[in-house]
Design a protein around this ligand. Sequence first.
Ligand code: SF4
Ligand code: SF4
Length: 112
Amino acid sequence: MIELVSHERCITCQACVTACPENVFDKVPHRPPVIARPDDCQTCFLCELYCPVDALYVSPFAERHVAVDEAELIAKGLLGGFRRAMGWEGGHPAGTDRDLTYRMFEDGRVAP
Ligand code: SF4
Ligand code: SF4
């Protein structure tokens, strides 16, 4: 479940608000989003993947909340850990430009 929005790291881009399929976050003008409906979180990690500055932490425990300490998460390299493990860079999947399926759309062989 989503457990943390780092106010130190967040640049208020709202990418996580848009990416979340469960509407867990509420936008706050010029401030980091609020985890408004944490129990609706499906532990899909999309918000972590799209955050450009690794400001979010989603715990792998889907059924219960766990207490987290931001400094400890940073020390353990866990902020952004899932994104790095998946090979996403800067909010985009790495290597998309080399993906052959994607190139088919560019060539017009398959309607996007
Ligand atoms: S893990 Fe998925 S459902 Fe949970 S807050 Fe992030 S995007 Fe939303
Ligand atoms: S995606 Fe990251 S930087 Fe952007 S609003 Fe969400 S937590 Fe902040």
